[in-house]
Design a binder for this molecule. Sequence first.
Ligand code: ZN
Length: 262
Amino acid sequence: MKKKIIPLIISTFFAMTACSSTEAAVESTSETSQTQTEAESVVAVTALSYEIDPEKPLVALTFDDGPNNTTTVQVLDILEKYQVPASFFLVGNNINAASEDVVKRAYDMGCEIDNHSKTHSYMNQMTAEEIAEEVSYVSDKVKEITGEPTKFFRPPYIAVSNEMYEAIDMPFICGAGCNDWDSKVTVQQRIDNTLKQVKDGTIILLHDAAGNSQTVEALDTIIPSLLDEGYQFVTVSEMFETKGIEISANDANLYTVVQKLS
Ligand SMILES: [Zn+2]
């Protein structure tokens, strides 16, 4: 079977539905069960066990707005339960002594650690210098924790500018979202809106902001449903590598769903 593979650039419409300006609402909510999950996050970690068959459909889970030692831990527990990886786009200001362990655990499991800026601001209103500081802060912190810099960048609110494309030396990644930053979106809506968008190559965009338990709950249905449909879960890197798609930090693309065209 001959396949031609192209990256699709997301439209403004989908970009806005995927990551709108009110997403920060979930970030300010509860910090419950901190003590309990903190202990959980420092236990020895076994790498996830999965194989990639390039002939089978692929899907990538991505999570924005962590890390924290509550919701991120619950997401990792579910990934472990189903032995599937994900990619985490971290907000630098959320990296602290407690959440560092969670980042390390995700990395040791085989998840990918990516970049969602230091302050989660509208970076399209920033100077080149401010933009560079936003991303280097996160990348440096992640390198201290895992030994590797971040690989991909997701702009806060999917707000971009030419200055950002020029100043940030990572490919920009968007994804198929379900407005899960909004607490009014029910678990069932999160499940339904995610599953109906998934096709081979989809990058799913969810949020592991502290307190976003509805997404944790939805995940426990989304993952087994897609596994039942024959999907394989991969990191963002593995998605592009397996599909044979080259993406560049030096162009103005907001990469999202990849499609195989027969
Ligand atoms: Zn965000």
